[in-house]
Design a binder for this molecule. Sequence first.
Ligand code: HSE
Length: 437
Amino acid sequence: MPQVNIGLIGFGTVGTGMVEILINNRQLIEDRLGAEIVLKKIADLDIGSDRGVKIDPTVLTTDAMEIVNDPDIDVVVELVGGCDQAMEYVLMAMERGKHVVTANKALIAKHGKHLFETAEQHNVDIAFEASVAGGIPIIRALREGLSANQIKGILAILNGTSNYILTRMTDEGLSFDEALSIAKRSGYAEVDPTLDIDGSDAAHKLTIIVSLAFGLPCRYEDIFKEGIDMVCPEDIRFAGEFGYCIKLLAIAREVDGHIEARVHPAFVPLDHILANVNEAYNAIYVEGDFVGPTLFYGLGAGKRPTGSAVVSDLMDIARNQIKGITRRVSPLSFVRLPAKELSLKPMDQLITEYYFRFSALDRPGVLSKISGILGANNISIASVIQKGRAGHGSVPVVILTHEAKENDVRKSLELLDKLDVVTEKTVLYRVEKKTGI
Ligand code: HSE
């Protein structure tokens, strides 16, 4: 039987998942491939810990260069994480004619262009299914399954940690800090959860999705992002009163020849399919011009789901190798980039509906001052809730708007927050529509 030799650099959670699948489903994988995937070497600084998987100890090494320089290794699996060392290993592997599989979203989002050019130059495959949404095969779906479609837009929940925290806040009325502590205790948040809660992780993934969906090689730095750390239970309650929940959304849409690409907490209508994606689950809603709406749902993290994605890439590359081909599908599925004249829409040009929560003194004329400034900046009010006062302090005045331009919104909030009747910085959320993309 033909043999494909692989080397794994980084024997952490995902690496362990990959090894587990290769062992547990060995027969099934061989039956599907007609080839054997042989794990020749594993490099990690820690080769002493028991990961609960049976491996021959002689495959372990602390020197990743043993893998990079081994002429018998066909595919290098990079699961080191971070950008610096991972980048070096991946480039060196490709320069030596080895294919690469990586789960490293930051690496692809920040250095994709250079990596894909290097892969082309050395005629090797680079595969990264595990970099977006863990076990959900969204990369393959965009690259192949949906490749005949013009993608109209994508709405996605791409960060399981944030979704878990928001679910706890919504279901139990907890504060952000309380929900984060539970997420840490239950293993859903890392000790340092910054990249998950500030929107960076979702923005890395959206960068990759935008490139695949629209053929627009976009840079991570160009994606607008806001995290969930400012979400508070009061806004979740008001959202519910208006018929919405709050989710950390990654949004990409083609609007008049421009691509909107943004990550932020957003109001999602309770009857939207994404409103029911809870706990640590991810989901990606994709609309294509011919296929219509599609939904991809599953676990976006964890050793088994992410390991499953890594092994699917290994199997793809093994199939190529058996047939004696490489690069059957180019990494972003576009041979010519940019596919058409598209550019990222500047965030201040965004047009959407908004939610504002003002903290205002409960005095005659306050509402008319607020609505006057909004009206003067082309912002039309759709609904208002003002709660009665318990004492004589400030009260929340909550407003949903019709479609407005982000630039006008920012200008009016700057003016409104200077009013003596507005006592705290106004809270803003962008609101998703009831139907479609
Ligand atoms: N930390 C990510 C999440 C998973 O919480 O979804 C890995 O990308």
